[in-house]
Ligand binder design. Sequence first.
Ligand code: FES
Ligand code: FES
Length: 181
Amino acid sequence: MASTKSTTISLRVNDETHSLTVDNRTTLLDALRERLDLTGTKKGCDQGQCGACTVLLDGRRANSCLQLAVAVEGREVTTIEGVADGERLHPVQQAFLDFDGYQCGYCTSGQICSAVAVIEEFAADWPSAVTADVRPEAGPPEVGDEEIRERMSGNLCRCGAYVSIVRAVTEAAEAAKQVTA
Ligand code: FES
Ligand code: FES
């Protein structure tokens, strides 16, 4: 009987395709860090509580410690290493630099990946749990502290750099709105 312990998968990460044979229990986080040397994605709690391992899956954020590598075959994974446009930083990365949105930096790649998706959520007019009026006629949710704090609440920062993080995400979200206005 064929072993079901390992599977060879084709993993799309940052626009590149990798063929990997992985133990079926390997998380996406471990495949990224241990097999592909993409160590920008951090392991904090390894159980879905801190957000340090956040990546984008088909453009939506996900905790890579909660995904099995074999389950993301055929999907587009974007890690912090793939967020910039060549040498040009993503506006969220630039905002984190401009507004000192970090201290030790351990949570930063997860914060940035999450914020990139938050901006897309605003662009798509998605409401959050704190959006006061979700009726279509009420218009899109306003970019503001309360909305940003709610949408980024899955990303913990042990250094407590939240004030600067919220400012950086707000600035990047406001700038994105100007571009699409
Ligand atoms: S390492 Fe994945 S949520 Fe903490
Ligand atoms: S900057 Fe240190 S954990 Fe967030």
